[in-house]
Design a protein around this ligand. Structure first.
Ligand SMILES: C[S@@+](CC[C@H](N)C(=O)[O-])C[C@H]1O[C@@H](n2cnc3c(N)ncnc32)[C@H](O)[C@@H]1O
Length: 254
């Protein structure tokens, strides 16, 4: 392990707003703050917004600056990335931010039914050949529906047209009408909360990829299914960034 990574992991242990529960504990049971985040961690009654696969946590931190009357929690499995967001929020003494180092798969062990008001999924890995691994697949959406309040909102921002089409097909297959959909978000002026840029987003923009956006609610009493026979006919481009994540030439670790 690199020295840089090791020192970040060590510093992570010192951040009171970064929670690092053992995966085995979440797999078997519930996190101690489940159902008690507002009361026991934030000390207020404000609504909770999650950022899933938050990486360095840019959305979490920036939304928290914009909306001091809401609580924000970023979740990612990579500790060296979370370090960036946790350090910024700690240095700025932000009282409405938390981070959790965890797999998104166990999100129902972290939050109680109805505990979450909104979810942001920012630039998730498109997983071209593993639909179930996509953070917007029905398996994940069914888990989000369990923790979202009635009429809770999901926002999906991605550079991947394939993933955008897949998410739309998933909603259509399950009779859900999107609240908003754009296959080139910045072609028109975007609301301030949509214009926040993550580290990955900046790279995709610099490589010329249009950014897509989807906003939707999830039904609470229906089990969502995969869109039957979904096939994407457009290109799935091999951006430099994506090649690197597949083990290619560019180092894209943060
Ligand atoms: C392409 S990066 C995007 C990071 C950040 N949202 C951004 O836009 O810069 C995808 C992130 O999702 C995280 N991730 C992917 N699958 C995950 C999972 N099942 N549970 C937790 N994190 C996951 C990865 O660790 C990675 O940091």
């Amino acid at each position: 392990m690199g020295k840089n990574k090791l020192s970040r992991f060590q510093e992570n242990e010192t951040f009171a707003l970064l929670h690092q529960p053992a995966f085995a504990d979440l797999f078997r049971g519930d996190f101690s703050l489940k159902g008690r985040w507002r009361e026991d961690f934030f000390g207020n009654e404000n609504p909770i917004t999650l950022e899933l696969g938050c990486g360095r946590g840019e959305y979490t931190v920036e939304l928290a600056r914009m909306c001091p009357d809401k609580n924000f929690i970023g979740i990612d499995i990579k500790g060296a990335r979370l370090w960036r967001g946790a350090k910024t929020a700690t240095e700025e003494n932000m009282r409405n931010v938390a981070f959790v180092r965890s797999k998104v798969e166990v999100v129902t062990s972290l939050f109680a039914p109805g505990e979450v008001g909104e979810i942001w999924i920012t630039f998730p890995d498109p997983q071209p050949s593993r639909a179930r691994k996509r953070l917007c697949s029905p398996m994940f959406l069914n888990r989000y529906a369990q923790i979202l309040a009635p009429q809770g909102i999901v926002h999906l921002k991605t550079d991947s047209q394939m993933l955008h089409e897949y998410a739309k097909a998933t909603l259509a297959a399950n009779g859900i009408a999107p609240l908003q959909s754009a296959n080139n978000l910045y072609a028109t002026a975007a609301a301030a909360e949509l214009a926040i840029k993550t580290a990955y987003e900046n790279i995709f923009i610099s490589e010329g990829y249009p950014i897509t956006y989807l906003k939707f609610s999830l039904p609470q009493s229906k089990v969502l299914v995969e869109p039957e026979g979904f096939a994407y006919s457009g290109d799935v481009p091999k951006a430099k960034t994506r090649q690197s994540r597949a083990g290619g030439r560019r180092n894209f670790e943060f």
